[in-house]
Design a protein around this ligand. Structure first.
Ligand code: FAD
Length: 471
């Protein structure tokens, strides 16, 4: 068997070496000529088409240790797959070893401590399902098929609970990690505190997390949430309203503004399907009755379609799932901003009108609240004091639409650079190079590089928004 190595060379794996891995491994080892190979190598983004040398579908931490040691011994190129939602496709490699956690999705809620522990390949739908059975939730992703692994490790800075309960990483209490030399460590505030700090935003740079423990909060099961849709001729008015509205909100309300075409979704009247719209989306993380007066100014604008209503929290968390299935093509870029000047609003409206496919959209997410009351160096995520994140997300179904969509995202993003952005969220970035990674982590990059040197000195875990080990 031949594999790609970290330095670009090739490793010949003998039958004896492979047999050693087989003996230590309980899950599934999937080779390129196995019938499951194609399904297993494909991740969410249809743009990514890579063929690993071997896929190690782990059944638990012991398998992860065996796979990491095998990769380390032979200096193999490694990709770690959690939920497979990485936009740039970091969870699959060409020719190397794909350590696949998709069979590790166990979840256990502990009611006594109000915590949940979930395996490294679990999805947000898994965590929400078990937690909501007890009226509990942690700050998680807004699409139920996104992995908790990549999202938490990148910081988890987009969630409907962010202003009330902080980011996903803020709710992480401990993590079991297999580091580059195959050691199994439990990191928390009191054990391997440097590693624990790095895991709360530093991405998959520091090891393979086999399980995550999160703090839970009382949420729902019904929450006042959803979206108000306005026809495009009001786009500027609604965008300006939004920028003003968010200036004074209680922590309970987390919101976003979208410029989109109303999707052909069953929850929308057919008359609006496909029409350009400005959308204000919101979730009130408190009693629905208390949220009504807070969202009243949005309703007072008389939206064309008003879908802000009490709904089950799990319904909110899977609201967008059907629109973004596995295999869709996607490209995304993003930046944080302290303020959105009037000239930027004009640019946003003009660029939205140039998008090549209706499914593509932008979202402006408002922050502040609990997340902003924590210092920027408390975790690697250094954008806590930013007011907004603004992302250009292109989605399309036909390969012939790729070039136009990628160009639209890149050009739109570039045009926004004129309005003083401050760096991105690593989970909303394409492959944009080392300087962009540094820019995103701001003052925290050098500390991350020093911790990387301790836990992964050879940069075995490099398929991520990579932090190079400090020299
Ligand atoms: P993967 O592709 O499996 O992994 C992404 C990266 O994390 C890779 O580098 C991988 O090696 C590493 N990794 C994954 N699991 C582990 C693990 N257990 N141990 C070590 N390394 C690991 N972000 C938000 O903050 N909020 C959202 O609501 C949100 N919604 C999204 C919706 C969609 C449809 C998509 C495509 C993305 C969304 N994101 C969101 C971005 C998301 O956070 C990132 O794409 C994230 O990397 C996905 O994690 P994953 O485990 O699914 O991805």
């Amino acid at each position: 068997m031949q594999f790609e190595q970290l330095d670009g060379g090739k490793a010949e794996i003998t039958d004896a070496d492979f047999q050693e891995l087989r003996t230590a491994f309980r899950g599934k080892l999937i080779a390129p000529d196995d019938k499951e190979f194609d399904e297993a190598r494909h991740i969410w983004n249809g743009m990514i088409d890579r063929r690993p040398g071997l896929i190690a579908q782990c059944s638990g931490a012991a398998d992860v240790i065996a796979a990491v040691k095998f990769a380390g011994t032979h200096s193999l190129l490694v990709a770690v797959r959690g939920g497979g939602h990485s936009w740039p496709g970091h969870s699959v490699c060409g020719g190397g070893l794909m350590i696949d956690l998709s069979r590790m999705r166990g979840v256990r809620v502990d009611l006594a401590t109000k915590t949940v522990r979930a395996e490294g390949g679990a999805l947000w739908g898994d965590v929400d399902h078990d937690s909501q059975a007890f009226g509990l939730a942690t700050s998680g992703g807004v699409v139920s098929t996104t992995g908790i692994g990549g999202l938490t490790l990148g910081g988890g800075s987009q969630t409907w609970l962010i202003r009330k309960y902080g980011s996903t990483a803020d709710n992480l209490l401990s993590a079991d990690v297999v580091t580059a030399n195959g050691d199994f460590l439990t990191a928390s505030e009191t054990q391997y505190a440097d590693l624990f700090w790095a895991l709360r935003g530093g991405g998959g740079n520091f090891g393979v997390v086999t399980s995550f423990e999160f703090r839970l909060h009382t949420v729902g099961p019904m929450v006042l949430a959803g979206a108000a849709f306005f026809l495009w001729d009001r786009a500027k008015e609604i965008t300006n309203f939004y920028l003003d509205y968010v200036k004074d909100l209680p922590d309970e309300l987390t919101t976003a503004l979208l410029h989109w075409n109303a999707p052909p979704a069953p929850f929308l009247p057919e008359s609006i399907h496909g029409q350009r719209v400005a959308i204000i989306a919101a979730c009130y993380a408190g009693a629905a009755e208390a949220g009504e007066p807070v969202v009243a100014p949005i309703r007072a604008l008389k939206p064309a379609v008003d879908l802000l209503a009490p709904l089950p929290y799990t319904a909110l968390q899977s609201f967008f799932d059907p629109l973004f299935p596995k295999g869709i093509y996607s490209y995304s870029k993003s930046d944080y901003f302290d303020k959105i000047p009037a000239a930027m609003v004009d640019d946003m409206i003009a660029w939205a009108e140039r998008k090549p496919t209706p499914l593509s959209f932008t979202h402006l997410n408002h922050f502040g609240g609990a997340m902003a009351r924590v210092a920027n160096n408390a975790t690697p995520f250094a954008q806590r004091d930013a007011t907004f994140a603004f992302s250009q997300d292109a989605f399309w179904h036909r390969p012939e639409d790729t070039a136009a969509n990628v160009k639209w995202v890149k050009d739109y993003w570039q045009a926004m650079r004129a309005h003083s952005p401050r760096g991105a969220y690593v989970n909303f970035m394409a492959d944009e190079g080392e300087d962009r990674v540094r820019e995103s982590y701001r003052g925290n990059y050098d500390r991350l590089a020093r911790i990387k040197r301790i836990y992964d000195p050879t940069n075995l875990f490099r398929l991520n928004q990579n932090i190079k080990p400090a020299r």
